[in-house]
Design a protein around this ligand. Structure first.
Ligand SMILES: C[S@@+](CC[C@H](N)C(=O)[O-])C[C@H]1O[C@@H](n2cnc3c(N)ncnc32)[C@H](O)[C@@H]1O
Length: 218
């Protein structure tokens, strides 16, 4: 079996310093989040930004859906990478962080390409299904307790061969720690095993940031 390199902070910095350059507004969001204390860890990592950028450039989705926007880093990353005819719908229930995110979208001149719906994702996603909306790429990064729910509903909203990308599936590495059996760790393990056994998709887990699950609808 091939062995993988252990990524420490130094290597991570080296990778980030030698990968794609961030847009000034992406950098501004990261700087803003740094002053938020503990909750700053909610944002996606820089390596995940680069991955989302590249996959959108290669795959060229026209309709993107995001569940869980926070202050807008993942949303803006995808918005900046998508083509000029593409559209992104983002959903987050938090009014305050959504207002902050919207200001960043305006700064990046993307406010016409991104619609941020401030609402509970569970309710919102049901409406999208009812209205027969279809997406090429769905990024799941909202409450972990609903991950399986979001995944199931995303499959109903996804084009054939569409992608579902889900964040935090390695949960700080706790998924492999037998001593960690708290509610959220168990939920993430359950999600990973659900996706792995789901024959409607082919999936892989990438060790980027806190772990990204990438699924293609078959
Ligand atoms: C991990 S953060 C998202 C981070 C974001 N993708 C980024 O790159 O900065 C999770 C977000 O999900 C939102 N959220 C949690 N539960 C939700 C729900 N039931 N419906 C909608 N949004 C929810 C929170 O308000 C929070 O902003």
């Amino acid at each position: 079996m091939g062995s993988n390199l252990q990524i420490n902070k130094e290597i991570e910095k080296y990778i980030n310093d030698n990968s794609l350059k961030l847009h000034p507004v992406q950098r501004e969001i990261i700087k803003y989040n740094e002053n938020l204390g503990e909750i700053k860890k909610m944002q996606i990592s820089i390596s995940q930004c680069h991955f989302l950028h590249l996959i959108i450039k290669i795959y060229n989705p026209t309709n993107i859906l995001e569940l869980g926007t926070f202050t807008g880093l993942s949303t803006l990353t995808m918005g900046l990478a998508m083509n000029k005819n593409a559209f992104l719908t983002a959903i987050d229930k938090n009014k305050d962080t959504s207002n902050i995110a919207k200001n960043f979208f305006i700064k990046a001149k993307l406010e016409k390409k991104i619609n941020l719906i401030v609402r509970n994702a569970n309710e919102s996603i049901k409406d999208l299904i009812k209205n027969k909306k279809i997406y090429d790429l769905i990024f799941i990064d909202a409450d972990k307790e609903n991950y399986i729910n979001y995944f199931e509903n995303s499959l109903k909203l996804l084009n054939k061969s569409g992608l579902i990308i889900t964040d935090n599936v390695l949960w700080y590495g706790d998924v492999v720690d037998k001593n960690k059996n708290d509610k959220l760790t168990k939920i993430i393990r359950e999600f990973n095993s659900f996706v792995y056994n789901d024959h409607r998709v082919e999936s892989l887990i990438l060790p980027l940031g806190d772990g990204l699950s990438v699924c293609r609808k078959i």
